[in-house]
Ligand binder design. Structure first.
Ligand code: ADP
Ligand code: ZN
Ligand code: ZN
Length: 745
């Protein structure tokens, strides 16, 4: 008789910031088949209990066996994640050198982290009864609240509890309608496992142009194998149409498609395009969901109750029942990189996931990241290009306005005001872009020149005139607008620099007959206000559109004939080697918001440096040329993607503590500098140096940059050090982190 070796111990990942697993003992006589790897369990931890994920079984523990505690309970009969996503999640935690428990947990829905069952009974829906269908709104004219609910259900039903709550309906009115037999509720799991059997593809797809057809054909040729595509297509060239037609056969084969979009790109119009083309359930994942909605979307994907999953960066970790393709729209977008805590790049993980799961992957952008472009130029990715605007819209003309020494009226040069007037007179819309919300950048004393600055950061306050306060955009602290200069006591305080609020004032003064909408984080704080503004723009009620980043992405405004970028100078002289790339992307993206057939667009930039080579290259030769020039400069300077970076950041209340921790790290790294494998290999340590903003929220910030010509060398060099650093006493006084492939320096 053979005895199978029974393991007594398990290693568990817990949501704590420690780079290790924790050992526990299984209950006496436990059947290990009932405790699968990847399932959630409850364990004692300190004086409390925690939910953890079982990572591996083991017959021994490196700890004193008597001290190892026994698990309390198991939560899942089977692994929580698909094997592919489980492997990807573990690999990613290792690659980004993030504590594994925190990495695994931070990408799960909150309800899963808290121990809710990984299956929901369903959502509550409301609909009208047959009696309810027979009446008219007129019949409810004496019960306004019921009339409102009736109106909502009449337009679209069933509606979930949450959807009804979004309209702030009265619950008692709803109960009254149920009592009268006009409405009923029922429970149902959202989505439909059998969507593939009833899949229909809408026939109103446009006829593809030649470039689109080539792209679709190339993508359709590759199923069931890893094949990345870069779809480089100018704004409006019909990339989305290529996605839609490329994914059709995948869905027809009953496989799911995962679509990643940037934070701001997930608009109702984007969703509509997918759901109008395909009748299958679409699961949506973004930061605006509440915990129940997020869990529901995650489960729809996991259980195959959705055919299409559209989400922002964390959706890359979403388990899918039967995934057939991944699409990353606006793959250059910085919001795909998580910038704090678990610093992963969703685009790069999409490549890793597609490779593991043998899937076609489409990376789409009008302004590809230089890393991606290099992969395409070197032949690693199949490069597909769309160079003409679909539907025949013309490309944008451009004009640089030199504002050196020119009189400016709240930021506007006379030439610019003239152009705006011309376009408004011709009944066009004008989009004005400024990368700064608030009224003015800073409050300056006209007598002594003192600028009101934040006590906790190396930054000036931003003036928010309307709300009546100064705010630091780095730590969020606020204070009332002072009446007197804190240096000399003068009362002559004026706003310096421009904010969206001030531009709005100026526009209203110059063009009082043309309504203006301002879109920034301040003006769109209320739920639904952004949609409301966008509707005003589409209906042509607003003629002047003024905004920040939020206006630069995802939306297309066909009636816009003039796009203005108020100030590009800041980015031309930044210390970050990626600043020119970002500026090129921004200008191209903003310009791409405008124009359509018969209404050509014009782009106007105000600058003190019209002769700047980067600007000239971008405007004269387009982003594609500009990016290739920038790539050859990066190659010359051995910067990414021709080398690989890792950045240590440290911050502490005492300036020298952060610096010293990094200095100690340097000492340790110097002892283990890898020997060059070839003569062209290089590794470099740059720093410690102060962070670009040395003080933020009362902490002193330092950083240390490591670069190497190969990724492998870099990682092998750093990894052994991390658990060491954790054990140093001084590392406890300092908040430190490691950013692999950092995107901002
Ligand atoms: P992108 O995603 O590249 O910005 P879209 O896919 O949004 O471009 O296409 C821009 C506009 O052109 C959309 O209104 C779309 O419906 C339309 N369009 C796309 N492809 C075609 C085509 N082949 N013929 C006509 N119109 C098209
Ligand atoms: Zn501050
Ligand atoms: Zn003063």
């Amino acid at each position: 008789m053979s005895t199978t070796p029974t393991s007594q111990f398990i290693r568990v990942a817990l949501p704590v910031p420690m780079r290790r697993l924790f050992d526990y003992r299984l209950p006496e006589g436990a059947d290990i088949a009932q405790w699968p790897v990847g399932s959630r369990i409850k364990v004692p931890f300190g004086k409390s209990t925690r939910i953890g994920i079982l990572v591996e079984h083991s017959t021994e523990s490196e700890w004193d066996a008597n001290q190892v505690k026994t698990v309390i309970d198991k939560l899942d009969p089977e692994p929580l994640l698909s094997p592919e996503v489980w492997q990807l999640s573990k690999w990613s935690a290792g690659y980004y050198q993030h504590p594994v428990g925190d990495a695994l947990f931070s990408t799960l829905p909150a309800k899963i982290r808290d121990g809710s069952p990984a299956a929901v009974p369903g959502q509550r829906f409301w609909k009208l009864t047959a009696d309810g269908e027979r009446i008219t709104a007129e019949d409810l004219k004496r019960a306004k609240s019921q009339q409102q609910i009736f109106g909502l259900l009449k337009v679209s039903q069933p509606l979930t509890d949450e959807q009804l709550n979004d309209h702030e309906i009265s619950r008692s009115a709803l109960t009254a309608m149920v009592r009268k037999g006009l409405a009923v509720s029922f429970e149902q799991a959202s989505g439909d496992k059998n969507w593939a059997k009833t899949l229909e593809i809408s026939s109103d797809a446009p006829c593809l142009n030649a470039e689109q057809a080539t792209a679709v054909a190339a993508i359709r040729q590759t199923s069931d194998q890893f094949q990345p595509f870069l779809l480089e297509g100018i704004t409006g060239s019909g990339k989305t149409e290529v996605y839609l037609q490329a994914m059709a056969p995948i869905l027809e084969a009953g496989k799911q498609v995962l679509v990643l979009v940037p934070e701001i790109g997930l608009t109702p119009q984007t969703l509509q395009r997918f759901s109008q083309r395909f009748n299958c359930p679409v699961a949506v994942m973004h930061s605006g969901l509440n915990d129940t909605e997020r869990l529901d979307a995650w489960l729809q994907a996991k259980e195959g109750r959705a055919g299409i999953i559209i989400g922002t960066r964390s959706a890359i970790f979403c388990p899918c029942h039967n995934l057939g393709m991944i699409i990353v729209d606006e793959e250059h977008d910085l919001s795909l990189k998580q910038q704090e805590g678990y610093r992963y790049h969703a685009r790069d993980l999409a490549v890793a996931r597609a490779q593991r799961e043998k899937l076609p992957l489409i990376l789409g952008s009008a302004t590809p990241a230089l890393e991606t472009l290099q992969n395409a130029l070197s032949g690693r990715y199949h490069h597909l290009q769309l160079k003409v605007r679909a539907g025949g819209a013309e490309t944008v003309k451009h004009q640089l306005i030199d504002i050196k020494g020119r009189p400016l009226d709240q930021g506007f040069s006379p030439e610019l005001l003239g152009s705006i007037r011309q376009h408004l007179d011709a009944d066009g819309q004008v989009l004005i872009f400024l990368n700064r919300r608030g009224y003015a950048a800073a409050l300056i004393c006209h007598e002594c020149g003192h600028l009101e600055d934040c006590q906790r950061c190396d930054a000036y306050y931003t003036l928010h005139q309307k709300q009546g306060y100064l705010q630091c955009h780095h730590c969020g602290s606020q204070r009332p607008i002072p009446h007197q200069c804190s240096e000399c006591g003068s009362t002559r305080l004026v706003g310096k620099g421009l904010g969206t609020e001030q531009l709005e004032q100026a526009l209203q003064r110059h063009f009082p007959d043309h309504p203006c909408v301002r879109i920034d984080r301040d003006s769109t704080r209320r739920k639904g206000s952004l949609d409301n503004y966008l509707r005003q723009i589409r209906r042509g009620e607003a003629k002047l559109l003024l905004g920040t980043q939020m206006l630069a992405k995802g939306h297309h405004f066909p009636e816009v004939t003039l796009v203005v970028i108020m100030d590009v100078d800041g980015a031309l002289f930044s210390a970050d080697f990626r600043a020119p790339e970002r500026l090129g992307q921004l200008i191209t993206q903003v310009a791409g918001r405008a124009g359509r057939a018969g209404k050509p667009g014009t782009l106007v930039l105000q600058t003190h440096h019209p002769e700047h080579l980067l600007l000239q290259d971008l405007l004269n030769n387009g982003y594609g040329h500009f990016a290739r020039t920038a790539l050859s400069e990066r190659k010359e300077a051995l910067l990414p993607p021709f080398s690989h970076l890792a950045l240590f950041r440290a911050e502490a209340h005492q300036s020298n503590e952060a610096e010293q921790l990094l200095a100690t790290i340097v000492q340790a790294l110097q002892q283990t500098i890898p020997a060059p494998a070839t003569s062209s290999d290089m590794v470099n340590i740059l720093g410690p140096m102060p962070a670009p903003m040395e003080r933020k929220a009362g902490r002193y910030r330092w950083q240390l940059l490591l670069e190497a010509s190969t990724r492998k060398q870099l990682h092998q060099w750093i990894y052994p050090l991390l658990s060491q650093i954790e054990s140093w006493p001084q590392s406890r006084k300092v908040r430190w982190s490691l950013d692999i492939d950092p995107q901002d320096l």
